[in-house]
Design a protein around this ligand. Structure first.
Ligand code: SDX
Length: 426
């Protein structure tokens, strides 16, 4: 309920407009602007820089202090002590599972990792060099053609079944994209493996030989999944919520989220970071790229830097950087040239006034690609892994949206086009 009021005076309106102000458990108060419509007014906020589109209990971000909480738990503690499926349970249910709940959740997910055998035919329609995100948009959306038994969005049990299916099948579909691109047969999931171990198995095993998953790499993979799990109302999650508000089925909504994530300003940045580091090629060329990033007339941006919310270090980037050092040490890649360029680039940027004044820091995408490349994952699969990880965030927000009374999302606009005019007589 509103515990405060805002009063808005508008030239031409006799009385001030009184607007309710609500406080959350953390973060800025919000002004309920809905009464403005009755006064013939809209708010105007391109890019939703200052707009709270909904109420949510899942994730809290404090951009000024570089804080990220999932149901109150700091991301650093989850990355250190939890695992991805436990974080999935937390986001879906709002509490950490008991050991019994965890075991049941893991078993359910593990036993739904296979996809319908017909799904494999969809892959054959793509060129072998199709971008895997293009394939994921297609095959994830196609899941709705197979699961007519759980598409009633108003049934909490159906919503739960969809969540399980999506969490379980995304790694299988992601690995299928990779296998298809290299002309190798799809590898079935193995129920005795952990979630991250299973994914690496499906990526790198072949019918001729089992890929031995290093525990360090499996743990690093699981940590990468945790770090990308959810991030409040980002572009792709807002896309999923908006698609969900029309009553679209969950698989179609997740496919919409995958499409939104693909952009280089969002989840596509992890792939773009590696492209950028390779283009820089040598530490001696860093100043040239820093200058390009600062040039308002050059569309080049420093990929992996900056964030709409964080005006401090992205806490995920700190964990990612530490994981990067651990994985490269484990693999004996002491002097990875790309890591050296990345660390030098970070150091120079953080000392440069342009970045300091604009509070531009490394974000989640800056170091993740270096780890994924070291694990042996090709660059064009990086955003697929982001999508795999973020599926739990998307479906948890979709579920939260449908768990209470809701309306279709339908923003308005400031119209600056031509006034009414008649069609010219012939
Ligand atoms: C993700 O929202 C989320 O939570 C997303 C995400 C998640 O988990 O879901 O965290 C994942 O998408 C991380 C961001 C990945 N994208 C990149 O790394 C691409 C590079 N970053 C930029 O494109 C940019 O920083 C954004 C898109 C991330 C944020 O853009 P904003 O908030 O719209 O900021 P802006 O473009 O208004 O920038 C403010 C100023 C501008 O300069 P001025 O007009 O003030 O002179 O900072 C500059 C920008 O030109 N700027 C950069 C820059 N990022 C911002 N200049 C150079 N390089 C950059 N990377």
């Amino acid at each position: 309920m509103a515990d405060k009021k805002a009063r808005l005076t508008v030239d031409g309106l006799e009385d001030a407009i009184e607007l309710p102000v609500y406080s959350g458990t953390e973060g800025p108060d919000v002004i309920d602007v809905r009464p403005l419509t009755g006064q013939g007014l809209f708010t105007y906020d391109p890019g939703f820089v200052s707009t709270a589109a909904c109420e949510s209990k899942l994730t809290y971000i404090d951009g000024a202090n570089g804080i990220l909480l999932h149901a109150g738990y700091p991301i650093e503690q989850l990355a250190q002590h939890s695992d991805y499926l436990e974080v999935c349970y937390l986001l879906l249910n709002g509490e950490l599972p008991t050991p019994e709940q965890k075991e049941q959740f893991v078993n359910t997910v593990t036993n739904h990792t296979m996809v319908h055998e017909q799904m494999s035919h969809f892959f054959n329609g793509f060129r072998r060099d199709a971008h895997p995100m293009a394939i994921m948009c297609g095959v994830v959306g196609a899941l709705s053609a197979f699961y007519h038994d759980s598409l009633d969005i108003n049934d909490p049990h159906h919503r739960e079944v969809c969540a399980y299916r999506l969490i379980a099948k995304m790694p299988t579909l992601a690995a299928m994209c990779y296998k298809y691109s290299i002309g190798q047969p799809f590898i079935f999931p193995r129920n005795e493996m952990s979630y991250a171990e299973n994914f690496l198995h499906m990526m790198f095993s072949t019918p001729c030989g089992e890929y031995k998953v290093s525990p360090t790499l499996a743990k690093a993979m699981d940590k990468i999944f945790i770090l990308h799990a959810d991030h409040e109302q980002n572009a792709s999650t807002s896309t999923v919520r908006l698609a969900g508000s029309s009553g679209a089925n969950p698989f179609a909504c997740i496919a919409a989220g995958i499409a939104a994530l693909w952009g280089p300003a969002h989840g596509g940045a992890n792939e773009a970071v590696l492209v950028m580091l390779n283009e820089i090629g040598d530490e001696s060329r860093i100043p040239e790229f820093i200058e390009r990033a600062k040039d308002p007339n050059d569309p080049f941006r420093l990929m992996g830097f900056g964030h709409r919310v964080y005006r401090n270090f992205d806490p995920r980037a700190k964990v990612m950087k530490q994981t990067c050092d651990e994985v490269l040490a484990e693999l004996g890649i002491e002097n990875d040239p790309l890591l050296k360029i990345a660390k030098r680039l970070e150091q120079i940027a953080l000392e440069d006034d342009y970045f300091v004044q604009r509070k531009l820091y490394p974000n989640v995408d800056f170091y993740s690609g270096i780890i994924l490349k070291a694990i042996g994952i090709p660059t064009n699969m990086f955003t697929v892994i982001f999508a795999l990880s973020r599926t739990i965030g998307w479906i948890s927000h979709w579920n939260e949206f449908h768990s209470s009374p809701n309306k279709i999302g339908r923003p308005r606009q400031l119209y600056t086009g031509p006034k009414k005019r008649d069609y010219p007589a012939k």
